[in-house]
Design a protein around this ligand. Sequence first.
Ligand code: NAD
Ligand code: UFG
Length: 340
Amino acid sequence: MNILLTGGTGYIGSHTAVVLSQAGHEVVLLDNFCNSSPSVLERLEKILGKALPCIEADVRETDVVEKVLREYKIDAVIHFAGLKAVSESVANPVLYYANNVQGSISLLQAMQEVDVKTLVFSSSATVYGEPQYLPYDEDHPTKPMNPYGQSKLQVEEILRDLAASDSKWRITSLRYFNPVGAHESGLIGEEPNGIPNNLMPYVVKVASGELPHLNIFGDDYETLDGTGERDYIHVMDLAEGHMAALHFQNVNAGSNVVNLGTGKSSGVLEIVKAFENITGKVIPLQFAPRRAGDLPIYFAQTGLAKEQLHWVAKRNLIEMCESSWKFQELQGHVKGESEN
Ligand code: NAD
Ligand code: UFG
C-alpha cells in the first residue's frame, strides 16, 4: 500500500514509518516541523537503508495535501499531525482547535476530493476523562478535561459522522495510552523541546544530568505507592498497532474506535526504579504537590484491539526504559561525555 503519514517525522509517526516501510509499504511523510526536526529523515534513512519522501507542509494547506495524495497514489492516510501539550491547550485553546480540528477537516476535504477513504486517526485515552470504572473500555463515557482532549473527541465525532454518510470510508480512531521508549537502534525517539512535561523524557534528562531531580506530582493518591499510575506502552508496539489497524480496515469498512495500551498500570516510583536498575544511575527525587488536572490512575481494556486488530503489546517496562536510555545516549546528550 502507499501510505501517507501526516506528522510523520514526529515521535509516533517516525516509529510507525519504520514498521510500515520494513513491512514493504511505500511510506510518504508530510510535516510542517513545528515539533520535529528534518534530521529525523536522515536517521530514518540510516535505519531503513533508503530515504522516505517527505513533503514540508501544514495539513491545513488542503491543496498541497490533495496534490500529495494524487502524486503518490496514496491508498491510506495515518493522521498523526497535531499539537499534544495539555497545559498549552488550556492556555491557548484556539491554537489547539485550529491545528487539531481544522487540520483534520482540511485533510478530510483533500481525501474526499481525491477519493482516498481509508484513515487511521491518532486519538488519545484523554478523551475518557474521570474514570467511572476501570479499565477504560471503548464504551466508557467520554468527557475530556481539557481543550486538547476535547479537540481529539471532536475529530472522532466528525469521523463517525463521515463514515455514517458514506459506506466507502474505512476509519479507525486509535486511543493511545502513554507512549514511551524508542526504536531499538536508538536513532529515533522522543525529543521534546525544552523542559519535558511527560514523565519518561523527564526521567531521562535527570539521569543524564541535564535536570537536577524529578518532581513527583503527588504521593497521596489511592494507588499502590501513592503516586499516579499510567498504562505505559512501548512506541514500537504502538507503531505495530497502526499496521494492524490498516490490515483490519482492508477487510472492514465503517468507523471504529480502539484502545492501544497494555492493560497494566505502573506508578511513578516503579518507573524510576526500573530506570535506575537499567542505567545504574540514581534519579534524585522530590515530592511535589499533585499536578492540576492529573487523574490518580487509568489503564486500558485491551480486548477489542486483540479481537479486532489481532494486536497485543509485547514489550515490557525494561525494554521501554532501555530503549529510551539508548536513544538519549546516542544523541550524545549524556552530561560529561562531550567533556571527556
Ligand atoms: P509529535 O509532536 O512528536 O508529532 C506530531 C508531528 O506533527 C510533529 O512532527 C509536528 O511537527 C507535526 N505537526 C503538528 N501540527 C502539524 C500541522 N498542522 N501540519 C503538519 N504537521 C504538523 O507528537 P507524537 O507524540 O508523535 O503524537 C502524534 C499524534 O498522537 C498527535 O496527534 C498526538 O496528539 C497523538 N497522541 C500522542 C500521545 C503521546 O503521549 N505522545 C498520546 C495520545 C495521542
Ligand atoms: N509525573 C511526575 N513528574 C513529572 C511528570 C509526570 O510525577 O515530571 C507523573 C504524573 O503526575 C502522572 C504520570 O507521571 O501521574 C504520567 O504523567 P505524563 O505527563 O507522562 O502523562 P499523562 O498521563 O499526564 O498524559 C500523557 C500525555 C497526554 C495524553 C495521555 C494519554 O501528556 O497528552 O498521556 O493517556 F493524552
